[in-house]
Design a protein around this ligand. Sequence first.
Ligand code: GTR
Length: 359
Amino acid sequence: MSKVKKLLEDRNLPPLLGGVKTKDAFEKRQEKIRKLLADRQFGQIPAKPDHMFVEVKSVYDRFACGKAESKKLEFTCEYGDKRFSFPAVSIIPKNKKKCPAFVYIDFEGSDANKYMPSEEIVERGYTLFTFCYKDVTSDDGDFKKGIARYLTGSRRRNNAPGKIALWAWTAMRLMDHIETLGDIIDLDNVAVIGHSRLGKTALLTGGYDTRFKYVISNDSGCCGAAIERGKIGERYGRISEVFPYWFCTAFNRDARAGIDMPFDQHFLLSLSVPRYVIIGSAEEDLWADPESEFLGAASLEDAYRLYGMRGLVHNDEVPRPRCVLDEGEAVYYVRSGNHYLSRHDWNTYMDIIDKKREK
Ligand code: GTR
């Protein structure tokens, strides 16, 4: 048996395919997995609003030496007679048609910051749609304020959405807006990307919203791309104590009790198959655990095979930096350094997408 297969076998994972042998049957299985993770890990992502409109609040047309236009947007969502708004930003290169796009789930919400080198991104011909996660709902246990009040309700029942599900819902609203911009955006090449807790959010977004062709998780670790069984660093038990509001209450109850979950993180990753799942790690980020993130990427092989695809193409060893395994539909990348979303990471993700788009 190959080395990586053995490493995966030692993790004792719940079987991903559950006996299915065709892609049609796998698609039904994906629906079951979506329901399972909504009930047992993240809570249900709220439905699409009845109506949504987007207002341009201001335009700065000198961005990146005048090569791009940065816009402050306000999204307003309506469910029946309830109505609420949140801000977002778009940065669109000028005079370009059919640009690929990123929905970047951000910690800040500015038009450029340490994790979001917008100038480099638009110079490479990509558009950027972004929002600050805390502008949507606070990163704490308060479900009474902001959109959490409308979308979760102040009493959190078993599978009511946790905060990650609410941030994923927001990223989907940005995609709704992008769909109205088909003349300037290449709607077949839209990526969702996030770092760390927002990397977990990107995986949830892409897993439940198939409009995203590339699902990019940077250093997402526990409850993201890292296989839980046998993981080092952060584990379900601890994350459910420290950040219970990220998840549904059923997850916290089960994780604290240490019960053997009917899923592992390959279930979440498999929801983006047969699209591109791109997993980035940092060598020193042992809290997230690069080896377990690599195994997350490798665990999808059987699912991709149902589509006649290869999944992750690797050399049968745990990769060391700097390594980009981007021959297949699952991509794994590890760089040196610590937990961060760097310019180097963005450039690597854009190199990968450029390569995939050419095919
Ligand atoms: C840590 C948490 C991780 C990761 C990180 C982050 O404290 O343990 O799961 O999400 O925060 O989001 O920066």
